[in-house]
Design a protein around this ligand. Structure first.
Ligand code: UDX
Ligand code: UDX
Length: 463
């Protein structure tokens, strides 16, 4: 089957970059990205590509190249679905905030709505691709809806989970470690798998394109994220132990990372992992395990989250304790708000929870992040519902200049590992701060010795 038109529902952090790269690599395929959110679509269509809603190194250039040629962003969902041979579902699947599975299970409301919409408007056979991370066996729900509400056209469901990491999305898409495609194992299923394989095969070596059954594919995505998050929680757990002993977590990470069975990546101790996937996917895994009565399996993975929550809380508590057990009315400068560097995404960012805890103790926070907007920061805090919108506005000040953020502060806290933080004039920052001037490096990116020579009191993670 030769695919000539692709539609992607959801123009977010996954749908946008993924479709931009497919369009770049396959100029003969028309790729249309749709979203219910009109303002988001307008931003993707902004004549100045620097204003697209997702910040990713290299992305704006690709959008500039493909947009209007074979890459389109629109809110005309029905038309795009109707015309497409292949439809990617890339909508968000937040954790349920109500009812059964509240706080753990994924809310599949949007996925179901997409399925119903696809069924309603389709008048020709289609391949539907799950791009969103979904609980295992969601494909059967999709299939059921499509079969029972459709216009007697045929649908094949594939699972093609996204492994890109934000901040490196373009590279991850252009040179992925692997592409995973799950589908039915009958003849028609295999044909559908082949159609998607052929798209990726234009730039991904064949041996890196893995095909499996649908359930293995769905579960592999949750498992990959659970393993990655577990590494971070493991190193963070040891960072706490290091702080009580003479050990240094950087040295420990180097020592174990050189063991080829362990490997050097994902061993950076931090203020805690964030992002849209890790917590949600583990909770999902925990929920599935528990629903099969596998309580030990569920508890095992849940501990990864518990450890992460502790790490964030511990960082905030350390600031409070070091500032003589009170931060009431004290200005604390936050450098970084995004959940990692090179992205403007703040979902589940550790910064939000550290800020919330300090605000609970009546601190005043001044935040600087190179890519996150003030509106986003306030929205993140308001979403927690810990205090009123007005109180958040009053206690948190968002500034455009890092030196202004640090002016007259009692402490500077590094929440995101943006490269530019390393090159600041730290002497100038020191001179403008109240003394003793504290730095809490939640990412271990600054040169501790150099800062101490200037006069700072430095707390890092795990040393
Ligand atoms: C992704 C994945 O798809 C999700 O499974 C993963 O677990 C988290 O990351 P992401 O692209 O980051 O989602 O989400 P987001 O940036 O929120 O984008 C989703 C988009 O879908 C939003 O722009 C939203 O407006 C849109 N949407 C949602 C629709 O167009 N239709 C809907 O019915 C629901
Ligand atoms: C993750 C997966 O890596 C990706 O494959 C999947 O598709 C989506 O989820 P992402 O959430 O974008 O990607 O970022 P990732 O680089 O995995 O980082 C997640 C969090 O862990 C960040 O907050 C990061 O700062 C933190 N982290 C990562 C650490 O604290 N230490 C590390 O060593 C690595």
């Amino acid at each position: 089957m030769n695919i000539t038109k692709i539609c992607c529902i959801g123009a977010g952090y996954v749908g946008g970059p993924t479709m931009a790269v497919i369009a770049k690599q396959c100029p003969d395929i028309q790729v249309t990205v749709v979203d219910l959110n009109e303002s988001r679509i307008n931003k993707w269509n902004d004549p100045n590509v620097e204003n697209i809603p997702v910040y990713e190194p290299g992305l704006s250039g690709i959008v500039a190249e493909a947009r209007g040629r074979n890459l389109f962003f629109t809110t005309e969902v029905d038309r795009a679905i109707k015309e497409a041979d292949m439809i990617f579902i890339s909508v968000n699947t937040p954790t349920k905030t109500y009812g059964a599975g509240k706080g753990q299970a994924a809310d599949l409301k949007w996925i179901e709505l997409c399925a119903r919409q696809i069924a309603r408007v389709s008048t020709s056979d289609k391949i539907v691709v799950e791009k969103s991370t979904l609980p295992v066996r969601t494909a059967s729900t999709l299939k059921d809806i499509l079969k029972h509400t459709g216009n007697n056209v045929k649908f094949q469901i594939l699972s093609n989970p996204e492994f890109l990491a934000e901040g490196t999305a373009v590279d991850d898409l252009l040179t992925p470690d692997r592409v995973l495609i799950g589908g039915d194992q009958d003849a028609e299923g295999k044909q559908a798998i082949e159609a998607l394989v052929n798209i990726y095969a234009r730039w991904v070596p064949k041996e890196r394109i893995l095909t499996t059954n649908v359930w293995s594919s769905e579960l592999s995505k949750l498992t990959a994220n659970a393993f990655l998050a577990q590494r971070v929680s493991s190193i963070n757990a040891l960072s706490e132990l290091c702080e009580f002993t003479e050990a240094n977590i950087g040295e420990v990470a180097r020592a174990i990372g050189t063991d080829s069975r362990i490997g050097p990546k994902f061993l950076k101790a931090s203020v805690g992992f964030g992002g849209s996937c890790f917590q949600k996917d583990i909770l999902n895994l925990v929920y599935i395990a528990r629903s099969y009565g596998l309580n030990e399996v569920a508890d095992y993975w849940e501990q990864v989250i518990i450890m992460n929550d502790r790490q964030k809380r511990r960082f905030a508590n350390k600031i409070i304790k070091t500032l003589y057990n009170t931060v009431n009315g004290k200005k604390i400068a936050f450098l970084g708000w995004a959940f990692k560097k090179d992205t403007n995404d703040t979902r589940e960012s550790a910064a939000i929870y550290v800020a919330d805890h300090l605000l609970y103790e009546q601190a005043k926070i001044a935040v600087y992040d190179p890519k996150v907007s003030a509106d986003q920061m306030y929205a993140d805090l308001d979403y927690l519902n810990t205090r009123t919108v007005e109180e958040n506005q009053l206690l948190v000040d968002v500034v455009q200049d890092p030196y202004e953020a640090c002016q007259d502060a009692h402490a500077v806290a590094i929440l995101t590992e943006w490269d530019e933080f390393k090159d600041y004039d730290w002497q100038k920052i020191y001179d403008a701060m109240l003394k003793p001037a504290h730095i809490f490096d939640g990412r271990n990116i600054l040169d501790k010795g150099q800062l101490e020579r200037i006069g700072f009191k430095v707390s890092a993670i795990g040393s």
